[in-house]
Ligand binder design. Structure first.
Ligand code: ADP
Ligand code: ZN
Ligand code: ZN
Length: 754
């Protein structure tokens, strides 16, 4: 064979195409898989990620790569393997999946950012006014200069004691304002900076200034037992995921913290996944208090691109020991990952609902399995998926059944509202109870999963309803904004005082959202602060923190909110929780809604009675005899979950069976429908008996944002059968001729059917 002048490499690009592209490169210095390269597509330069080198291309004429962008791979082999699996499991283009795993800055082909290090300015010329025997004179001189700025002075001392330090460390030590302190110090020429490659900064391990007041609690026997078991399981040859089923307030965080101690001491890293970081600052600060010696970073969407990239690279290089992040943090490369923890594993936000439709929890389990590291899933209300795996003994199952200290789980009661007077959906008995709890200097929370003032704005004269032009659905009246807003496409219309159909001036509302509850409570309790927590009232940066701070002061307040209130919060003075709208979910056609309802009830209820006074939870309902509610109250979560699992078994619904959903939408209704009909006919021709196709049918929201929507549901007895079927069927879907403007997606393990 003649010597080939170049070799072929295979490259993935960020385009919705289901294939990889081959290019040629110099055989003397080929890029490694996981590195980015610049290649040309058409005649445009584009960034790609190398997935394979030295391949045998089916094409003889290959374009050469234009440039190698990374010398060391951004994605290591382990991560490449995981992402390859994800691309095949979710039938999502490999290039899109690979690029999804990179922070934004690096997707564009930018150079990995430099890391800035700060240190004291050894050459500063500062006039010494005082002398201090313990330090060289310049130190005292500096401090003298900074004596009017205590924070700058503190930061300066920190640099003096610790030497060169990076922003992540300063952020950990001094909070969000560190940058303004350092800028001041730079201006005063007390501090200098230099830049290095972000990848290679070896982090110092000693944080002298971190507080340690609450660093260690005395663990309960139950917690100790759990930790012992977890450590034992961590050390087993055959690793299984561990489910920690601990009631709300049972102290799962302490268990996580202690369980990973020796891993961290061995130099391993820990990845902690949480549903929404903005709502769990408590978890981050708890980790920081407990592990002041380690570098801990939270990765979430509110970080700037630069900070996110630095954190990502810090995790990759091993400089950061603990990453606490939301769903997408599962893709963080880690040099020496020792364990993964998923807190509130049941939470719906682990599933991405647009673009690359992956389930973060499942990705984490797969990642842990491949890397042969332990994974710990925690929840007070485990998902039926996880619960089922525990029942099948595929997972270890551990429980925490008590709250530490004197705090007991709250009493849960049903309140039959069929014969009670209601005001904006709140019963008079509920109002009486609220008054009692406030009089006892406690806090109260009312939960309603609907924001806005009222879901219906209508004219009683001619029956006109405010509906969205783009979705054919009702618009929600938002009193404070003075608008009706569509919750499905965000269309906003101003409201007029007159009916657009008959000019009647007597427009009225039907039903209630959190705004209305707030207004009614204000009229009954004019002297008590009413704190509303929902997406509208917390959209401004810092407003949620402010509200949480007011609550933490412990004075009597009434909280009104949506599901934002269910997550992780610890309000010690909260003793009464009222849940206003359980009925809706009882009759939903979505088979998952009952699971979600019981989880939500238990999670909301779990906010009550975390302090010394016992908590009470009242569920208003018109269905007090409903078996689901009766079971939940008399037998608790586990028994209810088992019953729901039995029902799922009967119908062969997940997690027993397996499902996928093909969604199609288009502005033209006929185009969308015809496309899906001819597609499903072709799929049916595959004649696979183990997979059932249901549809095409209109989606539950048949028109949204001006697009008509249809779907086909695929069900199989198990995951394997479904995957085999889709492996054959997917090329048909990709090749299907798209009538004008048709868009589709394929959702594997769908959780949202709207
Ligand atoms: P969970 O996540 O299980 O709902 P948390 O971990 O938030 O519960 O703990 C609930 C509360 O109990 C927190 O305020 C925590 O500080 C406290 N706590 C946990 N363990 C102990 C303990 N051993 N002794 C005293 N308080 C504890
Ligand atoms: Zn009218
Ligand atoms: Zn709309």
């Amino acid at each position: 064979m003649p010597d080939s002048p170049s070799i072929a490499i295979r490259v993935a690009i960020q385009r919705p195409i289901h294939k990889l592209l081959d290019y040629s490169c110099d055989p003397k210095s080929p890029p490694t898989p996981g590195c980015r390269v610049k290649v040309s597509l058409g005649n445009y330069p584009i960034t790609g990620i190398v997935v394979e080198t030295d391949v045998e291309s089916e094409f003889s004429e290959l374009k050469p790569i234009l440039e190698i962008l990374d010398q060391t791979p951004l994605l290591d082999n382990e991560m490449l393997k995981l992402l390859d699996w994800a691309s095949r499991y979710y039938f999502y283009p490999k290039g899109e999946v690979l690029f999804h795993a990179l922070p934004k800055n690096l997707r564009k082909g930018n150079k990995p950012p430099q890391l800035t290090l700060w240190s004291i300015n050894q050459n500063a010329e500062i006039e010494a006014k005082t002398t201090d025997k313990r330090h060289p004179p310049t130190f005292a001189a500096f401090l003298d200069q900074l004596k009017r700025s205590p924070k700058q002075s503190e930061l300066f001392q920190y640099l003096w004691e610790n030497g060169e330090t990076d922003g992540i460390q300063l952020q950990n030590q001094f909070g969000d304002h560190w940058r303004s302190y350092i800028n001041q110090l730079m201006k005063k020429e007390c501090v200098v900076s230099r830049e290095i490659d972000a990848d290679y900064f070896p982090r110092k391990k000693v944080f002298k200034h971190a507080s340690s007041s609450k660093a260690t609690l005395i663990l309960t026997d139950e917690q100790q037992q759990c930790i012992k078991q977890i450590k034992k399981h961590f050390a087993e040859d055959e690793l299984k995921p561990i489910l920690l089923h601990g009631i709300t307030g049972s102290g799962k965080t302490e268990v996580y913290l202690n369980a990973v101690k020796s891993l961290l001491a061995d130099g391993k890293q820990i990845l902690v996944l949480v549903p929404e970081i903005g709502l769990t600052p408590q978890l981050l600060s708890r980790f920081q208090q407990f592990y002041p010696q380690y570098s801990i970073v939270s990765l979430h969407s509110a970080l700037s691109d630069g900070d996110r990239t630095r954190a990502w690279l810090g995790a990759k290089s091993g400089a950061i020991q603990i990453i606490i992040g939301t769903r997408s943090a599962v893709f963080t490369p880690m040099k020496n990952l020792g364990a993964i923890i998923i807190d509130e594993e049941h939470d719906a936000s682990f599933k991405q609902q647009e673009g690359f439709l992956y389930q973060g929890r499942d990705m984490a389990i797969k990642r842990a399995f491949d890397a042969q590291i332990p994974i710990l899933l925690g929840s007070a209300t485990p998902s039926l998926e996880t619960f089922h795996n525990a029942e099948q003994q595929k997972y270890h199952y551990l429980r925490l059944d008590n709250r530490p200290g004197s705090s007991n789980p709250p009493d849960l009661v049903l309140q039959d509202i069929r014969s009670l007077p209601l005001e904006a959906g709140i019963s008079n008995l509920m109002l009486t109870e609220i008054r009692q709890h406030l009089n006892n200097h406690n806090q109260v929370m009312l939960f309603l999963n609907r924001r806005g003032f009222s879901p219906v704005l209508m004219c009683p004269n001619c029956n006109w309803h405010a509906t969205c032009n783009n979705c054919d659905l009702g618009m929600t009246y938002h009193a404070s904004a003075g608008k009706v807003i569509c919750h499905h496409c965000a269309l906003e219309n101003p409201i007029s005082s007159q009916c657009p159909e008959c000019n009647s001036t007597k427009l009225t509302t039907l039903g209630q959202g959190t705004e209305r509850i707030e207004a009614v409570l204000k009229s009954h309790f004019p002297d008590v602060p009413i704190i509303r927590i929902d997406r509208d009232s917390t959209s401004k940066k810092g407003s949620l923190e402010k509200k949480l701070h007011t609550i933490s002061e412990g004075n009597p307040v009434i909280l009104v909110g949506t599901q934002m209130l269910t997550k992780g919060h610890d309000f010690p003075k909260l003793t009464l929780v009222g849940i206003l709208d359980v009925d809706q979910a009882l009759f939903s056609v979505d088979y998952r809604s009952q699971e979600r309802l019981v989880q939500q009830v238990i999670q909301v209820a779990g906010r009550a009675g975390r302090g010394t006074d016992k908590g009470r939870v009242i569920l208003q309902t018109t269905q007090p005899q409903h078996p689901l509610l009766m079971n939940l109250l008399s037998q608790g979560y586990s028994e209810t979950a088992k019953q729901l699992l039995n029902e799922r078994t009967l119908w062969n619904y997940p997690p027993i069976g397996s499902q996928a959903l093909i969604r199609v939408n288009a502005i033209d209704e006929q185009n969308a429908f015809s496309f899906l009909r001819s597609l499903s006919e072709k799929l049916k021709e595959l004649q696979n008996e183990s997979v059932e196709l249901l549809g095409p049918m209109p989606s539950p929201i048949a028109r949204r944002a001006n697009r008509y929507r249809f779907q086909v549901l695929l069900s199989a007895k198990n995951r394997r059968d479904l995957h085999v079927f889709l492996t054959n069927g997917f090329p048909i879907l990709v090749k299907a001729r798209k009538l004008g403007g048709v868009r589709w997606n394929l959702d594997i393990d769908p959780t949202d059917f709207i």
